[in-house]
Write a protein that binds this ligand. Sequence first.
Ligand code: ADE
Length: 266
Amino acid sequence: MHFDIFTLFPAMFAGPLDDSIVMRAREAGIISLALHNIRDYAEGKHAITDDYPYGGGGGMVMKPEPIFRAVESVLALAPRWADQPAAAPASQPIPIILLTPQGRRFDQSVALELADHPRIALICGRYEGVDERVRRHLCTDQISIGDFVLSGGELAAMLIVDAVTRLLPGALGAEQGAADDSHATGLLEYPHYTRPPDFRGWGAPEILLSGHHANVQRWRRQQALLRTAQRRPDMLETAWLTDADLAFLARLEQEPELAERYQAGL
Ligand code: ADE
């Protein structure tokens, strides 16, 4: 999968994408990244990429020309003009995504949807905003990573690259999968323990040390249900639950001491 990232601050990307799982995925050829500096596509001696907003008000607005030029040239798109009919969405198969707090909310299902594409383009907005014509006539999608305002879309782009990469086959290594991750199952993930079995008097749950695979699986499922019920009950409305899950959740409601025991990991 190939990511084209359009930004005014490519140096921000050094570090987070050069380590750990994303870097290994790059080295293994599972993903590739290209950073495109929007300033390189600005005209004139000063390569201006922003300007004052029409109508006044504070802040600067990113100009449309350098962004259109950058995206059209990197993705080899024929420049479109207002007097041309809009192309059918299918004729532009590479999603062109503007990172903006006004976009649809990013979550695991959006990550899965993006992971299906062989190539995506991410445009990092900056300043007070991006000229509306970029949104309306260049982008095919707009994504927000949450209801808060960042200084720009760069951190959002890195986060999306990370979340999408770990879903790609081979990115997590053979033995490890993204299948149990929090949210991947529609539930928060169960707790993890490793050696030592006793740490400062705090033990690891006996059941995890028992070697009894079916019991471990059941314990993990119940812990995931308990955590989700306590921390994110909204997720239970859409999670795929078995009859056994529903019976367990009903018991948790009826027997608060059971929840306490489970919470202690017992
Ligand atoms: N740019 C600024 N804030 C953002 C957000 N919450 N999500 C995506 N891009 C952004």
